[in-house]
Design a protein around this ligand. Sequence first.
Ligand code: 13P
Length: 249
Amino acid sequence: MRTPYVAGNWKMNLDRRAARDLAVAVREHAVSGVDVGLFPAMVHLDEVTRATAGSHVKVGGQNCSDEQEGAFTGEVSARMLKDIGATVALIGHSERRHVYGESDEFIARKVRKALEDGLEVMLCVGETIEERRDGRTEAVCKAQLISGLEGIDAAALARVSVAYEPVWAIGTGETASPEQAGAVHSYLRGVLSGAFGEDHAAAMRILYGGSVKPTNAAELMAVPDIDGALVGGASLRPELFLPIIDAAS
Ligand code: 13P
Protein backbone atom coordinates (compact mmCIF):
# COMPACT_ATOMS: atom_id res chain seq x y z
CA MET A 1 0.00 0.00 0.00
CA ARG A 2 1.07 3.59 -0.60
CA THR A 3 2.25 5.58 2.42
CA PRO A 4 0.23 8.81 2.70
CA TYR A 5 2.23 11.95 1.99
CA VAL A 6 1.39 15.44 3.23
CA ALA A 7 3.53 18.34 2.08
CA GLY A 8 3.49 22.06 2.72
CA ASN A 9 4.31 24.45 -0.10
CA TRP A 10 5.22 27.67 1.69
CA LYS A 11 5.51 29.63 -1.57
CA MET A 12 6.99 33.14 -1.11
CA ASN A 13 6.08 33.47 2.56
CA LEU A 14 7.65 33.69 6.04
CA ASP A 15 10.96 35.06 7.24
CA ARG A 16 13.90 33.02 8.45
CA ARG A 17 12.84 32.79 12.07
CA ALA A 18 9.23 31.94 11.23
CA ALA A 19 10.42 29.30 8.77
CA ARG A 20 12.58 27.70 11.45
CA ASP A 21 9.83 27.80 14.08
CA LEU A 22 7.34 26.24 11.69
CA ALA A 23 9.83 23.54 10.67
CA VAL A 24 10.45 22.70 14.33
CA ALA A 25 6.72 22.46 15.01
CA VAL A 26 6.34 20.04 12.09
CA ARG A 27 9.41 18.03 13.12
CA GLU A 28 8.04 17.59 16.62
CA HIS A 29 4.73 16.32 15.34
CA ALA A 30 5.79 12.89 14.14
CA VAL A 31 2.85 10.79 13.05
CA SER A 32 3.72 7.24 12.18
CA GLY A 33 2.75 6.02 8.76
CA VAL A 34 2.67 9.45 7.09
CA ASP A 35 5.45 11.00 5.01
CA VAL A 36 5.75 14.73 5.57
CA GLY A 37 7.42 17.23 3.28
CA LEU A 38 8.16 20.95 3.41
CA PHE A 39 8.90 23.27 0.51
CA PRO A 40 10.26 26.55 1.93
CA ALA A 41 11.53 29.48 -0.12
CA MET A 42 15.05 28.81 -1.47
CA VAL A 43 16.65 31.25 0.97
CA HIS A 44 15.11 29.39 3.91
CA LEU A 45 16.11 25.91 2.80
CA ASP A 46 19.32 25.83 4.76
CA GLU A 47 17.57 26.90 7.96
CA VAL A 48 14.80 24.35 7.45
CA THR A 49 17.09 21.43 6.56
CA ARG A 50 19.07 22.15 9.73
CA ALA A 51 15.93 22.40 11.84
CA THR A 52 14.66 19.05 10.56
CA ALA A 53 17.96 17.16 10.23
CA GLY A 54 17.70 13.55 11.31
CA SER A 55 13.91 13.70 11.51
CA HIS A 56 11.18 12.15 9.37
CA VAL A 57 10.56 15.46 7.55
CA LYS A 58 11.62 15.70 3.90
CA VAL A 59 12.65 19.13 2.67
CA GLY A 60 12.55 20.29 -0.92
CA GLY A 61 13.00 23.22 -3.26
CA GLN A 62 9.93 24.85 -4.83
CA ASN A 63 11.74 24.79 -8.15
CA CYS A 64 14.99 23.58 -9.62
CA SER A 65 17.01 24.40 -12.70
CA ASP A 66 17.10 22.22 -15.78
CA GLU A 67 20.81 23.08 -16.07
CA GLN A 68 23.83 21.71 -14.27
CA GLU A 69 25.76 24.91 -13.49
CA GLY A 70 27.07 28.06 -15.08
CA ALA A 71 25.75 31.39 -16.32
CA PHE A 72 22.08 31.02 -15.35
CA THR A 73 21.40 34.06 -13.18
CA GLY A 74 18.80 33.50 -10.50
CA GLU A 75 18.64 29.73 -10.91
CA VAL A 76 19.30 27.00 -8.33
CA SER A 77 20.48 23.58 -9.47
CA ALA A 78 19.45 20.16 -8.27
CA ARG A 79 22.99 19.62 -7.01
CA MET A 80 22.83 22.80 -4.94
CA LEU A 81 19.57 21.61 -3.42
CA LYS A 82 21.13 18.26 -2.57
CA ASP A 83 24.24 19.89 -1.20
CA ILE A 84 22.29 21.74 1.51
CA GLY A 85 20.31 18.67 2.46
CA ALA A 86 17.15 19.01 0.39
CA THR A 87 15.95 15.74 -1.09
CA VAL A 88 12.98 16.78 -3.22
CA ALA A 89 12.15 19.24 -5.98
CA LEU A 90 8.64 20.54 -6.59
CA ILE A 91 8.33 20.92 -10.34
CA GLY A 92 5.60 22.23 -12.61
CA HIS A 93 3.56 24.06 -9.99
CA SER A 94 0.74 25.96 -11.67
CA GLU A 95 2.22 29.26 -10.51
CA ARG A 96 5.41 28.37 -12.41
CA ARG A 97 3.36 27.31 -15.43
CA HIS A 98 0.90 30.21 -15.49
CA VAL A 99 2.66 33.15 -13.81
CA TYR A 100 6.14 32.45 -15.19
CA GLY A 101 5.14 30.74 -18.42
CA GLU A 102 7.03 27.48 -17.92
CA SER A 103 6.26 25.09 -20.77
CA ASP A 104 5.64 21.35 -20.54
CA GLU A 105 8.92 20.79 -22.30
CA PHE A 106 10.90 22.99 -19.88
CA ILE A 107 9.24 21.26 -16.93
CA ALA A 108 10.15 17.85 -18.38
CA ARG A 109 13.81 18.89 -18.60
CA LYS A 110 13.76 19.95 -14.93
CA VAL A 111 12.19 16.64 -13.92
CA ARG A 112 14.86 14.69 -15.77
CA LYS A 113 17.66 16.80 -14.30
CA ALA A 114 16.39 16.53 -10.73
CA LEU A 115 16.06 12.75 -11.01
CA GLU A 116 19.43 12.41 -12.70
CA ASP A 117 21.04 14.30 -9.83
CA GLY A 118 19.42 12.08 -7.23
CA LEU A 119 16.48 14.12 -5.99
CA GLU A 120 12.91 13.00 -5.59
CA VAL A 121 10.40 14.93 -7.66
CA MET A 122 6.88 16.08 -6.96
CA LEU A 123 5.37 16.88 -10.35
CA CYS A 124 2.30 19.13 -10.31
CA VAL A 125 -0.45 18.99 -12.90
CA GLY A 126 -3.87 20.61 -13.08
CA GLU A 127 -6.40 22.35 -15.27
CA THR A 128 -7.64 25.95 -15.25
CA ILE A 129 -11.32 26.75 -14.78
CA GLU A 130 -11.70 27.45 -18.50
CA GLU A 131 -10.19 24.08 -19.36
CA ARG A 132 -12.56 22.37 -16.92
CA ARG A 133 -15.58 24.22 -18.35
CA ASP A 134 -14.53 23.17 -21.84
CA GLY A 135 -14.43 19.53 -20.76
CA ARG A 136 -10.67 19.35 -21.20
CA THR A 137 -9.64 18.45 -17.63
CA GLU A 138 -8.50 14.93 -18.47
CA ALA A 139 -6.75 15.89 -21.68
CA VAL A 140 -4.84 18.75 -20.02
CA CYS A 141 -3.78 16.73 -17.00
CA LYS A 142 -2.79 13.75 -19.14
CA ALA A 143 -0.69 15.91 -21.44
CA GLN A 144 1.09 17.55 -18.48
CA LEU A 145 1.71 14.19 -16.84
CA ILE A 146 2.94 12.33 -19.92
CA SER A 147 5.11 15.19 -21.03
CA GLY A 148 6.53 15.77 -17.53
CA LEU A 149 7.59 12.14 -17.26
CA GLU A 150 8.93 11.74 -20.77
CA GLY A 151 12.18 9.82 -20.88
CA ILE A 152 11.93 8.68 -17.25
CA ASP A 153 12.69 5.02 -16.70
CA ALA A 154 10.71 2.83 -14.36
CA ALA A 155 13.45 2.79 -11.70
CA ALA A 156 13.54 6.58 -11.44
CA LEU A 157 9.76 6.65 -11.33
CA ALA A 158 9.96 5.28 -7.79
CA ARG A 159 11.29 8.73 -6.80
CA VAL A 160 8.39 10.62 -8.37
CA SER A 161 5.10 11.62 -6.85
CA VAL A 162 2.38 13.57 -8.60
CA ALA A 163 0.28 16.41 -7.22
CA TYR A 164 -3.06 17.07 -8.89
CA GLU A 165 -3.80 20.73 -8.23
CA PRO A 166 -6.76 22.18 -10.11
CA VAL A 167 -5.75 25.79 -10.73
CA TRP A 168 -9.23 27.06 -9.85
CA ALA A 169 -8.91 25.53 -6.36
CA ILE A 170 -5.52 27.02 -5.48
CA GLY A 171 -5.71 29.79 -2.92
CA THR A 172 -9.38 30.37 -3.70
CA GLY A 173 -11.00 28.56 -0.80
CA GLU A 174 -12.83 26.52 -3.41
CA THR A 175 -11.84 22.87 -3.09
CA ALA A 176 -12.51 20.13 -5.60
CA SER A 177 -15.08 17.78 -4.08
CA PRO A 178 -13.82 14.32 -3.17
CA GLU A 179 -15.76 13.03 -6.21
CA GLN A 180 -14.21 15.60 -8.59
CA ALA A 181 -10.70 15.04 -7.28
CA GLY A 182 -11.12 11.27 -7.06
CA ALA A 183 -12.23 11.08 -10.68
CA VAL A 184 -9.10 12.88 -11.88
CA HIS A 185 -6.82 10.89 -9.57
CA SER A 186 -8.11 7.55 -10.81
CA TYR A 187 -7.92 8.78 -14.39
CA LEU A 188 -4.28 9.82 -13.85
CA ARG A 189 -3.45 6.48 -12.30
CA GLY A 190 -4.86 4.85 -15.41
CA VAL A 191 -2.64 7.10 -17.54
CA LEU A 192 0.39 6.07 -15.46
CA SER A 193 -0.59 2.45 -15.80
CA GLY A 194 -0.78 2.78 -19.59
CA ALA A 195 2.61 4.47 -19.71
CA PHE A 196 4.58 2.52 -17.12
CA GLY A 197 2.56 -0.58 -16.28
CA GLU A 198 0.11 -1.38 -13.54
CA ASP A 199 2.61 -2.15 -10.78
CA HIS A 200 4.47 1.12 -11.12
CA ALA A 201 1.20 3.06 -11.35
CA ALA A 202 -0.10 1.33 -8.23
CA ALA A 203 3.04 2.26 -6.29
CA MET A 204 3.01 5.97 -7.20
CA ARG A 205 1.53 8.54 -4.89
CA ILE A 206 -0.88 11.10 -6.27
CA LEU A 207 -1.53 13.98 -3.87
CA TYR A 208 -4.37 16.45 -4.09
CA GLY A 209 -3.73 20.18 -3.70
CA GLY A 210 -6.02 23.21 -3.73
CA SER A 211 -7.51 24.80 -0.61
CA VAL A 212 -6.88 21.76 1.59
CA LYS A 213 -7.89 22.57 5.16
CA PRO A 214 -8.35 20.55 8.36
CA THR A 215 -12.08 20.63 7.60
CA ASN A 216 -11.84 18.90 4.21
CA ALA A 217 -8.57 16.94 4.41
CA ALA A 218 -9.95 13.71 5.85
CA GLU A 219 -12.75 13.31 3.30
CA LEU A 220 -10.39 14.04 0.40
CA MET A 221 -7.71 11.64 1.60
CA ALA A 222 -10.31 8.94 2.28
CA VAL A 223 -10.75 8.60 -1.49
CA PRO A 224 -8.79 5.48 -2.56
CA ASP A 225 -6.67 7.17 -5.24
CA ILE A 226 -5.89 10.30 -3.18
CA ASP A 227 -2.64 9.52 -1.38
CA GLY A 228 -2.08 12.75 0.49
CA ALA A 229 -2.19 16.50 0.21
CA LEU A 230 -0.05 19.34 -1.08
CA VAL A 231 -1.03 22.25 1.10
CA GLY A 232 -0.41 25.94 0.47
CA GLY A 233 -1.97 28.54 2.76
CA ALA A 234 -2.88 26.14 5.57
CA SER A 235 0.69 24.81 5.71
CA LEU A 236 1.88 28.15 7.08
CA ARG A 237 0.02 27.66 10.35
CA PRO A 238 0.82 24.70 12.60
CA GLU A 239 -2.69 24.73 14.03
CA LEU A 240 -3.98 24.05 10.51
CA PHE A 241 -1.16 21.97 9.02
CA LEU A 242 -0.63 19.49 11.85
CA PRO A 243 -4.29 18.35 11.86
CA ILE A 244 -4.01 17.78 8.10
CA ILE A 245 -1.05 15.44 8.77
CA ASP A 246 -3.16 13.69 11.40
CA ALA A 247 -6.00 13.32 8.92
CA ALA A 248 -3.72 11.35 6.61
CA SER A 249 -2.80 8.73 9.19
P1 13P B 1 -3.63 26.48 -1.27
O1 13P B 1 -3.65 25.32 -0.30
O2 13P B 1 -3.30 27.79 -0.65
O3 13P B 1 -4.87 26.50 -2.13
O4 13P B 1 -2.40 26.19 -2.28
C1 13P B 1 -2.30 24.95 -2.89
C2 13P B 1 -0.99 24.89 -3.58
O5 13P B 1 -0.76 25.56 -4.57
C3 13P B 1 0.02 23.98 -3.04
O6 13P B 1 1.07 23.80 -3.92
